[in-house]
Design a protein around this ligand. Structure first.
Ligand code: ATP
Ligand code: MG
Length: 248
């Protein structure tokens, strides 16, 4: 496959059941081209997080395949995949585990071989982008939820990933932080897959959306068109905020 036609992300026939037998994905197919920003919408329990956890091999053992920039997500390519796929988890406490913010943000780049001044510069740049530079020496568990979310985003930005995957990035952010995160995401020159229940946020940031419902892709199209499709929205328990008009 040549570099020009390679998708940033290609998911084919992905099906997965948890060890307790609960099947969460029933054959998911889609591809995302380099530089696209795509929202992944769907009701609670649809399988969004389960899908996200397959994108860098945290979950595996199902059927089907995931490829990132042409590279299969499997044990043989795990180190490279983990560098290419930056996931901001739904809960920042799943992401932050070091004694200080600086060490958390440095962790990934250090594991990838960066050190010294270059490492410190990478950490500072990532924290500056999320407005958390002055928190470098603080323990993450002393920060507010929204501050931890921003540090979690910085840990991933510091890796300069091929694809940035965010699970519910705007939840629990105050309106200014929510807007600032939108500005950051828009300014990045990376592929973005963003799981969200915040439909205005999806519309603002992602020209294209996927609707995942009961473990399958129920729709794939322009965000504005999907949000304006009342029947689709009702069927998949998607609701716009009161008074919000997606055509405006
Ligand atoms: N560890 C697990 N073991 C068994 N079943 C699980 C596990 N984690 C999730 N599930 C089930 O898999 C389905 C998909 O869950 P998932 O967390 O992927 O949904 P989601 O779309 O991310 O929902 P939300 O919008 O609430 O975050 C749900 O029915 C859930 O109960
Ligand atoms: Mg989820």
């Amino acid at each position: 496959m040549d570099a020009v036609t390679e998708a940033s992300l290609e998911v084919s026939g992905l099906a997965f059941a948890y060890p307790d037998g609960h099947q969460a994905l029933f054959g998911v197919d889609f591809r995302i081209e380099r530089g696209e920003r795509v929202a992944l919408l769907g009701p609670n329990g649809a399988g969004k997080t389960t899908l996200v956890l397959h994108l860098n091999g945290i979950l595996d053992g199902g059927t089907g395949s995931v490829r990132v920039a042409g590279l299969p997500v499997d044990r043989a390519h795990m180190a490279e995949i983990r560098r290419k796929v930056g996931i901001v988890f739904q809960d920042p406490d799943d992401q932050l585990f070091m004694p200080t913010v600086r060490e958390d943000v440095a962790f990934g780049p250090a594991a990838a071989g960066l050190k010294g001044a270059e490492l410190q510069a990478r950490v500072e740049r990532a924290l500056e982008r999320v407005g958390m530079a002055e928190f470098q020496d603080r323990p993450p568990h002393h920060l507010s939820f929204g501050q931890r979310r921003r540090v979690a985003v910085a840990t991933v930005l510091a890796m300069e990933p091929e694809i940035l995957v965010l699970d519910e990035p705007s939840s629990n952010l105050d309106p200014a932080s929510r807007r600032e995160l939108a500005d950051i995401l828009r300014s990045l020159d990376v592929t973005v897959l963003m799981v969200t229940h915040d439909l205005p946020y999806a519309l603002e940031l992602c020209p294209r959306s996927l609707v995942l419902s009961e473990g399958v892709i129920a729709a794939d199209g322009k965000t504005a068109e999907l949000l304006a499709n009342d029947e689709l929205m009702r069927t998949h328990r998607l609701e716009l905020p009161f008074g919000f008009d997606p055509s405006r």
